[in-house]
Ligand binder design. Structure first.
Ligand SMILES: Nc1ncnc2c1ncn2[C@@H]1O[C@H](COP(=O)(O)OP(=O)(O)OP(=O)(O)O)[C@@H](O)[C@H]1O
Ligand SMILES: [Mg+2]
Length: 651
């Protein structure tokens, strides 16, 4: 197996030489590519080169401007019909346009790694059999300790770290240890072609003064050794590469004196490679280091295989649990759907004129409204009134996670996509495929994810973090926000293009104070729900209680009303009516004011004056006659307060 070198011959990065260290080299404008080309002609994820048993294969990733390959005077186009082509040394790649239009990359292959000074090869079948250990040997002690380290962990990433630490313990000359694990193929299709199985480094540990620690900077792995271990199915010890030959740059660049690669395996499959380097000392690894690691590898392989199995199981269980949750939520939402209370004109309009029309289309829906007005309820109703109702309705609150976690929640990730991503995870877009994805608090979506969401909306495809291929998904987006997105757009916090894309069908759920007719029916509905839930028998609302409720402004909208009724039910005695004094002071405010102001009947002005006077006196009393503070609560200036007091003859 040779190594791959790409030389950028034109464009912004002309002159750059890139040596492939991973089995997959992604090329594009986006920063997560291994080879980043910032030229405008290049798509954010333009192409990739995958190394497989049969060599290096170039694939176009559906780039906008295309990929060409020049070989022996012939030009091959990648695009529709043909997406991949095997590379040969001397090939010239043109990305973003044919001939002089494109960015040119020159392909070179390094020599076979066999020309590395391989000092020792121990076939897998011999590993663990010739441990060079005698009783009394210091190593026996280290080995026992190392094995204990390996078996004392559970999660895959901890096991991998444990193996790296154990190997440093076992081989005192080693300065760096890296565990590389097999990446699962992305789809059945790519699996069949065998091209997408790659190996990714999941953990590196370095020797520190007080034991193994994480490296301060990224550590390059020696791909040639990893490859050799995989192709030979053997542990390999290699020394300084011959310096006159063009060999894998990672060996030379990292000035490694010697390196050992040991396979981790289960049955016929190579699960990963443990690689040890000696980067400081001139001392050379020895055969007995390989043999000691061979003993470790037997247990380490088992531990990895078990951890992978456990992870797959718990992943499956988590997915089941998630699905279950959605199913339960769906049932709840289904029954709740019939129970969207709202006979007011404003709600009837929302339902009859807007919701019914949009429900069965595929357009995105943007639900706007204050907190607690029922946005989520309306969102689920859009879903359950559509043909998608038998598929999942999946909700995600965009404010619930930091950016990177949210991205992986929504779009999923591949193994090794970031630290801690030890296994693959399905994103909600995939889970909701065929159904509806509800993005709550959309105004909180970070800008970078807004770009990804836009792409998902426009092209119907998503790309998990760390994946090289996009997946087609058919998901309807319903989003909700209690922020004014137009203001967010103006402030540069929300992408304008995304805003217009989502705004195709805006639904505004009016606040409760704009539909007071709904308050009483909602109160009765919640009373019914909570008396049943708490097993109480309450006769109902006293008429006056309903009147006070209907007059209140409910800044927290339906949710506040629901909480108020729930509280009433808890407090009320069985067999009684719900009378006004049970209401919370906040809701009763208006009644209190009227009563305690002792508003005598008279002209409107007199009554208003009395109430106003009462409010001012109350505010002053509350703040111990501090006028500045009282004015502040009342939302007027201190001067304004003075004027009022004078007018009303107070103080
Ligand atoms: N019209 C309605 N009929 C019955 N229940 C309702 C209605 N509107 C809202 N609710 C109930 O009020 C509560 C709040 O509703 P919901 O969670 O949908 O509001 P929201 O607008 O999403 O709130 P937030 O802005 O805080 O996310 C829920 O328990 C919901 O079931
Ligand atoms: Mg909500």
């Amino acid at each position: 197996m040779s190594s791959l070198r790409l030389e950028v011959a034109s464009g912004a990065s002309a002159g750059r030489v890139f040596d492939a260290e991973l089995d997959i080299v992604r090329i594009g404008r986006a920063p997560q590519n291994e080879l980043v080309l910032s030229d405008a002609l290049i798509s954010s994820e333009h192409a990739r080169i995958v190394s497989s048993a049969d060599g290096f294969v170039l694939e176009d990733l559906g780039s906008t401007n295309g990929t060409w390959l020049l070989r022996a005077g012939e030009q091959h186009v990648l695009g529709e019909g043909r997406r991949a082509i095997a590379l040969s040394p001397g090939d010239r790649l043109l990305l973003g346009g044919p001939e002089a239009d494109g960015i040119e990359l020159r392909v070179e292959f390094g020599p076979d790694t066999d020309t590395l000074e391989i000092a020792l090869v121990r076939p897998l079948s011999e590993l663990g059999k010739n441990a060079p250990l005698a009783a009394g040997d210091d190593r026996l002690q280290s080995l026992v300790q190392a094995l204990r380290e390996v078996v004392s962990h559970e999660g895959l990433s901890e096991v991998a770290r444990g193996i790296a630490d154990a190997s440093l313990l076992l081989v005192p000359r080693a300065t760096h240890a890296t565990v590389v694990l097999r990446q699962e193929p992305e789809s059945a299709q790519s699996n069949a072609s065998g091209k997408s199985v790659g190996f990714v480094p999941v953990v590196t540990r370095v020797r520190g003064p007080s034991g193994p620690r994480a490296p301060e900077a990224a550590v390059r792995v020696t791909r040639s050794i990893v490859r050799k271990v995989i192709s030979e199915r053997a542990a390999v010890l290699a020394a300084d590469a011959p310096s006159e030959a063009f060999s894998s740059e990672s060996l030379l660049g990292a000035s490694i004196r010697s390196t050992i690669g040991v396979p981790l395996w289960k049955d016929e499959a190579i699960l990963g490679v443990l690689q040890l380097d000696n980067r400081d000392a001139p001392a050379m690894f020895e055969a007995r280091d390989v043999d000691a690691l061979g003993v470790l590898a037997v247990s380490a392989s088992l531990a990895i295989a078990n951890a992978e199995l456990i992870q797959r199981l718990s992943l499956a269980r988590a997915e089941l649990k998630k699905e279950n949750q959605y199913l339960r939520g769906r049932e709840r939402a289904r029954s709740a759907e019939v129970r969207i209370i709202g006979k007011s004109k404003a709600m009837a309009e929302l339902f009859l004129q807007q919701l019914d029309k949009v429900a069965d289309t595929r357009v995105s829906v943007l639900i706007e409204g204050e907190t607690g007005v029922g946005k989520e309820l309306v969102a689920s109703s859009v879903h359950y009134r559509s043909k998608r109702k038998d598929k999942l309705f999946v909700a995600q609150n965009c404010a619930a996670f930091p950016e990177n976690l949210l991205e992986s929640e929504l779009f999923g990730h591949k193994r090794g996509a970031f630290t801690g991503a030890t296994d693959e995870k399905k994103g909600l877009f995939e889970i909701a495929d065929g159904g509806t994805l509800f993005l709550d608090e959309l105004g909180e979506l970070p800008l970078s994810l807004q770009a990804k969401l836009l792409r998902a909306l426009q092209e119907g495809e998503v790309r998990p973090i760390g994946a090289t291929q996009s997946k087609q998904v058919n998901v309807r987006i319903v989003a909700a926000t209690n922020k004014n997105l137009e203001t967010e757009v103006k402030a540069g916090r929300f992408r304008e293009d995304l805003y217009y894309r989502l705004k195709v069908f805006p639904l505004r759920v009016p606040p409760l104070r704009e539909r007071r007719d709904d308050i009483a029916p909602l109160a009765v509905f919640f009373l019914d729900r909570y008396t049943r839930e708490m097993g109480k028998s309450i006769l109902g609302f006293a008429q006056e209680t309903l009147e006070i409720l209907s007059a209140y402004d409910f800044p927290g909208n339906v949710r506040e009303l629901e909480n108020e009724v729930q509280r009433l039910v808890i407090q009320a005695d069985d067999g009684a009516f719900l009378t006004p004094e049970l209401l919370s002071p906040r809701v009763r405010q208006i009644e209190t004011v009227l009563l305690s102001a002792g508003a005598a009947k008279g002209s409107l002005k007199d009554m208003v004056d009395q109430v106003e006077r009462h409010i001012l006196i109350e505010a002053l009393r509350e703040h111990g006659n501090n006028k500045t503070a009282a004015a502040k609560t009342l939302g007027i200036t201190r001067e304004g307060l003075h004027k009022k007091l004078k007018q009303l003859g107070v103080g």
